[in-house]
Design a protein around this ligand. Structure first.
Ligand code: COA
Length: 400
């Protein structure tokens, strides 16, 4: 390529594929004005659907009838227990998890890979096999998360034989598996809605990674493992943990008495001066705000208002007040809105969920979106293989 042509190509390059339409999907659409899963708007789903219904909508392709939903739920409950190879792997990681040397997202990624080794449909990419694998992954990921938390806490594994409590729905069982307490209906519904909000988001980084893997006709467990690796990053799903860590840092540096005062502005100004990225803010697609964020913020705040516990020795509502002040400053000084990960961090913290489990819980939801995209990719496949613009040394001889 001539240098003029290379310069022209470089000028036209969409860094980070911003604005590039990389494929079609019938699963989800995102506009500045909203978010739709298979044509249903996200507020409608958050208000009127359950996570299991949304999972069916995404994976099977339509809103379930009562009979279809009952069958779907029964299938998921039956698939909750883990193969002993996965449980022993999690137990073998106990010391590393407890010391923080191994993080739950990485152990979850490996556990999902191990699940693939014993799945009867492992190597098939046929539609029926893919759907069976998707349901198994949906069922088993909360069990993995719960078992990991049990070994971190040095507890006997809760619900080892049954994958929790078969009388509990998906969200409530996830909480039960983690700490052995059955959550109140209010708490369970907030988790359920957070799972609805996290379920799907078109060609986001982790879904695109999963589609690239699936596009080689590789298998679902491999594609999902790749999705988990992509989601872990702090610029993507890892932001829900990092957002809460940032609030903890502000609380520690400024103190509770500083909430509502200029001390928080000063902390933020220092962050701006050092060009620090503030986690839980900004979005590649939404420039006027993430539609999911206010839904979760309101729910989390309601829980915090009622909460008399003191996570981190500060009343739960104080964390929301701090978060709201940080949001105001970001908007006033940078015109950047919070994304869903910001209220998620606050909400899960209020509920006493350990911070390193926030992104794994995101996985427990996004598995539905990834698996739907993997199935869509396999159903109408063409390998995903873009071009790059070479920017290395001039061509040369090895023996010169
Ligand atoms: N904190 C501070 N500044 C931010 C910011 C944030 N969270 N998000 C964006 N910006 C600024 C950038 O510094 C950049 O400013 P500049 O033009 O002066 O350099 C501008 O806004 C555009 O941001 P950019 O990083 O180029 O946008 P992107 O589309 O490439 O990245 C994100 C989008 C989500 C990766 C980015 O906003 C981010 O890193 N956010 C924090 C992580 C996060 O919450 N991720 C979860 C996403 S759902």
């Amino acid at each position: 390529m001539s240098s003029a042509a290379a310069a022209a190509a470089s000028a036209n390059l969409a860094k980070g594929l911003e604005g590039v339409i990389a494929g079609e999907t019938a699963i989800c659409s995102i506009e500045q004005g909203g978010l739709w899963y298979r044509g249903y708007e996200i507020h409608d789903l958050a208000q009127n659907a359950t996570f299991e219904e949304v999972a069916h909508l995404l994976l099977v392709g339509h809103k379930p009838s009562a009979a279809e939903l009952a069958k779907f739920k029964a299938e998921i409950i039956a698939e909750r227990p883990l193969h002993p190879s996965v449980t022993s792997f999690i137990e073998s990681m106990g010391g590393y998890l407890a010391s923080g040397r191994a993080v739950p997202m990485d152990v979850l990624r490996s556990a999902v890979s191990i699940l693939g080794h014993t799945d009867p449909d492992a190597q098939s990419v046929a539609a029926d096999a893919n759907l069976r694998k998707a349901k198994r992954l949906l069922a088993k990921i909360p069990t993995i998360i719960g078992h990991m938390q049990n070994v971190i806490d040095g507890k006997a594994i809760i619900g080892r034989e049954l994958g929790g409590d078969p009388t509990l729905g998906h969200a409530a069982n996830l909480m039960y598996l983690m700490n052995g307490n059955k959550p109140s209906p209010d708490y369970a519904r907030v988790i359920d809605i957070s799972l609805i909000l996290y379920a799907e988001h078109d060609y986001n980084a982790s879904t695109f990674a999963s589609r690239v893997i699936a596009g080689t006709l590789s298998d679902m467990h491999g594609a999902v493992s790749g999705g988990i690796a992509a989601l872990k990053g702090p610029l993507h799903g890892g932001a829900n943990e990092m957002a809460m860590e940032m609030l903890r840092e502000i609380m520690q540096d400024c103190g509770e008495a500083a909430i509502g005062t200029s001390a928080v502005d000063d902390w933020m100004q220092k962050a701006f001066d050092t060009k620090r990225k503030l986690m839980g803010f900004g979005h590649r697609v939404y420039k006027n705000g993430d539609h999911r964020a206010p839904i979760l913020h309101k729910l989390g705040r309601n829980i915090a208002e009622k909460d008399t516990k003191n996570p981190g020795n500060h009343a739960a509502i104080k964390w929301f007040e701090l978060g709201e002040q940080v949001q105001k400053i970001m908007l006033a000084k940078k015109n950047i809105h919070p994304n869903v990960d910001f209220p998620c961090g606050l909400t899960y913290f209020t509920m006493g969920i350990p911070v390193p489990q926030y992104t794994p819980i995101f996985v427990a939801s996004r598995i539905t979106g990834w698996a739907s995209h993997i199935m869509e990719q396999h159903a109408n496949n063409r390998i995903i293989r873009p071009l790059s613009l070479y920017s290395g040394p001039a061509y040369r001889k090895w023996n010169s």
